[in-house]
Design a protein around this ligand. Structure first.
Ligand SMILES: Cc1cc2nc3c(=O)[nH]c(=O)nc-3n(C[C@H](O)[C@H](O)[C@H](O)COP(=O)(O)OP(=O)(O)OC[C@H]3O[C@@H](n4cnc5c(N)ncnc54)[C@H](O)[C@@H]3O)c2cc1C
Length: 496
């Protein structure tokens, strides 16, 4: 049987929020582009981007304490928080553009206002939270954040967290009404539905990408297998984006580009406790983030979390970390072993040896009993009853391990975009802050991989139409920031 050959301008591997955002931006910038999208599952956004697989927090650095570490001199590092907050405003602007243009309907199906809170106990932590609040107050993006160590005020913000709480410890919280819950699954599927309706865009579900190679003519040859029929296809393209989530590392290794050498990955699975009691769910309306335990990776910061999924309010606590050798929830137990290569074995072993607190944390998490999980939950919901909560699997993350300049492995906790020197291939590794900052990540990627096109008046004008703050800092421009927030709140129907 002759193999089918397809020619395309752009190939996107994986149908999660990252490919959706990149495909959308590129097609808006150049409607003539031919785009082929390959997804191994039978629907889009069924891995990390699915609502039940992630926390749905519109990460704007309002409540996540790991984005504002305390430095050795006792001051608070705010650079990362400002960057993430700005990036989330970019996502909000892109979604607003899509809704205003009628390309996405009913924003309430994918984004809702849910206050973001940080909650801590103990003198040291209260002191930290106050310092964090004061440090963030210098920045316009965080101006509407409130701080309190008053029990009655915190009760007003989060009654469930305060119910039956009789600890003698000092407590404190911050709250900001601008926070959001985002259903990235619905958003992703709606973006793909729109993309599929456009001429030149084809989605191939149940298609597994198993190999890619740069040819002498500068194009990539991508090998794909139709999982339903077994048919194999070859696709030729000058640009490929590997947005395969946990599967990206294995494909980066296949691509064999020098920029991808030395990367490794370590899978961390997640679990939630999901509340089944409607009376308890009703009592809580916030995303309350606490301080992570020693050694915990930032993506394991505990939170008691109001979700809005398919029009229904839900309540989750977690995530608890776990260990699995799979890189995707629907992946293979051989993923970890398959990812080990000559070029990354040293960094991987080195990263493991250097991160004993993380290893210890993961072991403790894996051996937890249901009583241990309830104990952790009770720190946030003292009145919690075991019978009101069930354990559910969250999404799978691959913790990126990167080679430093001395060839040693370091754990990389952010999102890492690797691009080939000629801009013909880009791959996204890592998870946090992930989906919330997809728009900014993809604009940066486009700037790197399509430098000449980005400079044209046509693309510059379109970028400014989609992202009115494009090229400007909202943090340094309070008037523009307020105008844009007012507009995005109105169009996305956010009740602040
Ligand atoms: C527990 C948890 C909590 C999180 N909480 C948040 C949060 O609160 N806020 C936030 O912004 N982000 C959060 N994230 C991160 C966020 O979910 C991810 O950053 C984002 O979903 C990644 O999107 P993606 O498109 O890169 O990957 P995915 O959504 O995983 O999509 C990748 C797709 O590629 C497909 N694929 C893989 N291999 C192949 C192949 N060989 N061929 C074809 N297709 C392939 C997969 O089937 C999948 O559909 C969380 C993640 C986890 C795991």
């Amino acid at each position: 049987m002759a193999r089918q050959k397809i020619e395309s301008d752009i190939v996107l591997i994986g149908a999660g929020i990252m490919s959706a955002t990149l495909g959308l931006l590129l097609k808006e910038l150049n409607p003539k582009l031919k785009i082929e999208i390959f997804e191994r599952l039978d629907i889009a956004a069924a891995e990390s981007s699915d609502a039940w697989n992630n926390a749905g927090t519109g990460h704007a650095a309002f409540c996540e304490l790991n984005y504002t570490p305390e430095l050795e001199d006792g001051t608070i590092e705010t650079k990362k928080a400002v960057k993430i907050s700005e990036a989330f405003e970019v996502s909000r602007q892109l979604w607003t553009y899509l809704v205003e243009k009628g390309l996405l309907q009913n924003p309430e199906n994918f984004i809702k206002s849910v206050p973001h809170m940080s909650f801590v106990w103990g003198d040291e932590n209260v002191d930290y939270l106050r310092k964090r609040f004061e440090a963030l107050q210098q920045f316009h993006l965080f101006k509407t954040m409130e701080f309190s160590d008053n029990i009655e005020k915190i009760k007003e913000w989060a009654p469930l967290v305060m119910e039956n709480r009789n600890s003698k410890d000092k407590i404190a919280a911050t709250s900001i009404k601008l926070g959001t819950d985002v259903n990235f699954g619905t958003l992703t599927r709606n973006i793909f539905k729109y993309l599929e309706s456009l001429e030149g865009v084809t989605m191939h579900f149940h298609h597994d990408v198993y190999d890619l190679k740069k040819r002498d003519d500068g194009r990539w040859r991508i090998k794909v297998k139709d999982i339903t029929t077994g048919e194999k296809k070859k696709i030729y393209t000058p640009f490929v984006f590997i947005g395969a989530g946990g599967g990206s590392l294995l494909l980066l290794e296949k691509a064999n580009i020098p920029e991808g050498e030395g990367f490794g990955g370590f899978p961390v699975s997640g679990q939630w406790l999901k509340c089944t009691n409607p009376d308890v769910i009703k009592k809580h309306s916030a995303k309350v983030y606490g301080k992570a335990s020693v050694g915990a990776p930032p993506m394991s910061v505990p939170h008691i979390d109001t979700r809005m999924i398919d029009g229904k309010k839900a309540l989750l606590f977690g995530p608890y970390a776990g260990f699995s050798t799979k890189f995707l929830k629907n992946g293979s137990y051989f993923d970890l072993i398959k990812s080990i290569e000559f070029s990354n074995i040293k960094p991987m072993l080195g990263a493991g040896a250097k991160n004993i607190p993380l290893t210890k944390y993961l072991i403790e998490q894996v051996i937890q009993s249901s009583d241990d999980r309830l104990k952790a939950l009770k720190e946030y919901v003292p009145s919690a009853k075991k019978e009101d909560w069930v354990l559910e699997n969250a999404g799978q993350r691959v913790q990126v391990i990167k080679k430093d300049k001395d060839g040693h492995g370091v754990l990389e906790f952010g999102t890492e975009v690797v691009t080939a020197h000629d801009g013909s291939l880009a791959v996204l590794l890592g998870a946090s802050p992930g989906a919330s900052t997809a728009a900014q990540i993809m604009i940066d990627l486009i700037t790197k991989c399509f430098p000449e096109e980005v400079k044209t008046t046509l693309w510059q004008t379109k970028l400014k139409e989609m992202i009115p703050s494009y090229g400007q800092s909202l943090n340094e421009n309070p008037v523009l920031c307020d105008q844009i927030r007012a507009k995005t709140n109105e169009v996305l129907k956010l009740k602040v």
